[in-house]
Ligand binder design. Structure first.
Ligand code: PGA
Length: 248
């Protein structure tokens, strides 16, 4: 299981960040578990540099360009230099601030060109009875997968995060049945862009109101490879419970 802890802007002190990192290091020793921490850029620089543990790091975002007059941007090269291996791209909280599918594609390309694994977030804002939400996901995937070459496609991790289920309680998270349907749909779309064997290897994660009460059930309900967890990943005790629940 790949567990990506998206700290968003919840963790705002280096002491808190160090404590969570220490917890993650012990959890990363569990069999079959890869932990990826996504701190703020500031804490990424502090924690990831010189990291020799089994914990890997992700940036929460990446610049669309590789250098130049880009005040406030953090480029893929800078992220790579911290030792981070992943970049979360197209999170709905970034898309809500104007990031469209074209920008997301450029960011994915930047990440790949810097040797970072993109964690591409897709997710619909709402569900409808006519299945338009499926087309919405297809469009988000198409924007990236139709442009990348076969080798690049195989490197992308997908995080399915329905916007309506982010930052809520477990009661409002997706149902096991709906998750299963969507993950199977995503895998079907992937098969349009790569041979079946390669599509099966693409890691697909779920994110949105995961906590210790629903993680196991959702893991068992659908062919997923892990979770992208926000709020519940920022409390050491809860994070421990989450990782333990899905580790072998
Ligand atoms: P949440 O966030 O676990 O707090 O719902 C998930 C995410 O936005 O990545």
């Amino acid at each position: 299981m790949l567990i990506v802890a998206n700290w968003k802007a919840y963790i705002d002190s280096s002491a808190q960040a160090a404590k969570l990192f220490a917890t993650a290091k012990t959890l990363a020793l569990f069999k079959g578990t890869q932990i990826v921490l996504a701190p703020s850029f500031v804490h990424l620089g502090l924690l990831s540099k010189g990291n020799r543990s089994k914990v890997a790091f992700a940036a929460q975002d990446i610049s669309i360009a590789n250098m130049g007059a880009l005040t406030g941007e953090v480029t893929g090269q800078m992220i790579r230099e911290t030792g981070a291996l992943y970049a979360i791209i197209g999170h709905s909280e970034r898309r809500a601030r104007g990031e469209d599918n074209d920008i997301v594609l450029e960011k994915v390309q930047q990440a790949l060109s810097c040797g970072l694994t993109p964690i591409l977030c897709v997710g619909e804002a709402e569900r409808d009875e006519d299945g338009h939400y499926l087309n919405f996901i297809r469009t988000e995937l198409h924007a990236v997968f139709s442009v990348l070459n076969p080798k690049e496609r195989a490197k992308v991790v997908i995080a399915y995060e329905p916007i309506w289920a982010i930052g809520k309680s477990a009661a409002e998270a997706i149902t096991p049945t709906d998750l299963n349907e969507m993950i199977r749909y995503i895998r079907k779309v992937l098969r349009e862009y790569m041979p079946e064997a390669a599509s099966k290897k693409v890691q697909v994660l779920y994110g949105g109101s995961i906590d210790a009460t629903n993680i196991k059930e959702l893991q068992e309900a659908a062919p997923i490879d892990g979770f992208l967890i926000g709020r519940a990943s920022t409390d050491p005790k809860t994070f421990r419970l989450l990782v333990k629940a899905v580790s072998v």
